[in-house]
Design a protein around this ligand. Structure first.
Ligand SMILES: [Zn+2]
Ligand SMILES: [Zn+2]
Length: 363
């Protein structure tokens, strides 16, 4: 199968849209024609040495599209189905069997190396026949087409705007799932969200949808604080304040829940200090540096919890997010700006600078 794909060949050069050849679909896989795919901050990780992601790589892991063909043994989706592509998982480890694929024992190898854990599948060929890693989160969807393990596919109704749905498979699922699945936010509770990118704003919207009566959004950018307020935040605070914890305490009297999407230890420390004594703080995203927390805060009953992909089972959770959206409670489409795949360089710069909340590439 011939396709066009955005290939990252160097950690410092822009993605380049090239002709590639895809193999398959093999057993348990589907070939998907991509309608749109989000640019997530995690798509910037292959540019760093932190993970040692294989290059060259086709990036992209927030795709949505139409099933064009299925391999042997595929019964979950059929040709013509509209699908959101989410993260990959093994299906057989303790977490997967317990319905928690985001903590799959093979999560790292299946999603963050670019290579199929079996070593053979998930590879595209460039025009010279060279190998290009094409298993980024099992999908590598910065492309016109991709071959995807069927476990990561979520069928969605055909009446929906397919090209916008991909980010439900990662960024929006992560923020909303942190609130609805991991922290269990309930009616009447108070929630603090630090960092109002796509993940943080999804957490803000989900907190309001869950009935939280106080939602404090924290960001250094005034424009993002305004957007958070439009989407349901009852209070906003400047994240660069030295008195962040005290300001949150003044508003909430001790927050029930906090979600950090910044990865910055001083912000996380302030969030933990601002919690009610039985409160919980979820950490989402990529953290840098050492976290120093007074252990007495934890001894008193507070919880700090790492959260991957919103603890979501995508086939259950993405339909739930679509239902919230249809009822006007989760207007994620307001955060999206479309870019042609050929302009991926501009989209990446706008994501990195914060000029756009969620870029969606249209191949
Ligand atoms: Zn597993
Ligand atoms: Zn992501």
């Amino acid at each position: 199968m011939k396709a066009r794909a955005a290939v990252l060949r160097s950690r410092t050069l822009p993605f380049r849209v090239e002709d590639v050849t895809l193999e398959g679909p093999g057993p348990g896989e589907a070939l998907v024609r991509v309608a749109g795919t989000g640019f997530c901050h995690t798509d910037l990780l292959p540019r760093t040495d932190r993970l040692g992601v294989a290059l060259p790589l086709v990036g992209g892991h927030e795709g949505a599209g139409t099933v064009l063909a299925t391999g042997t043994g595929v019964h979950e989706v059929s040709v013509g189905d509209h699908v959101v592509m989410s993260f990959d998982s093994c299906g057989g480890c303790r977490s997967c069997l317990a319905g928690r694929p985001a903590t799959c024992a093979a999560f790292f190898t299946r999603n963050l190396t670019g290579r199929h854990p079996g070593g053979t599948g998930g590879v595209a060929r460039d025009a010279e026949g060279g190998e290009v890693a094409a298993y980024w989160f099992g999908q590598s969807s910065f492309a016109t087409h991709c071959v995807v393990p069927v476990r990561s596919l979520v069928p969605v109704p055909r009446s929906l705007p397919l090209e916008l749905l991909g980010p439900l498979g990662c960024g929006f699922q992560t923020g909303a799932g942190a609130v609805l699945n991991s922290l269990g936010v309930r009616t009447g509770s108070s929630v603090v969200v630090a960092g109002t990118g796509a993940v943080g704003l999804a957490a803000v919207m989900a907190a309001r949808a869950a009935g939280a009566t106080v939602v404090v959004a924290v960001d250094v950018l005034p424009v993002r604080r305004e957007l958070a307020a439009e989407l349901g935040a009852t209070h906003t605070l400047d994240g660069s304040s030295d008195a962040l914890a005290e300001e949150i305490l003044r508003i909430t009297g001790g927050a029930d829940h906090a979600v950090d999407t910044t990865g910055l230890p001083p912000v996380i420390t302030a969030l933990v200090r601002s919690l009610h004594s039985a409160g919980s703080c979820g950490l989402v995203g990529v953290q840098h540096g050492d976290l120093i927390v007074d252990p007495l805060l934890i001894a008193a009953g507070r919880t700090i919890k790492g959260i991957i992909e919103g603890d979501a089972e995508p086939r259950l959770f993405i339909p739930r997010l679509i239902d919230l959206w249809q009822r006007g409670l989760f207007p994620f489409d307001r955060l999206i700006r479309r870019y042609p795949l050929a302009e991926i360089d501009r989209a990446e710069r706008d994501v990195a600078s914060g000029a756009v909340v969620k870029a969606v590439l249209i191949p």
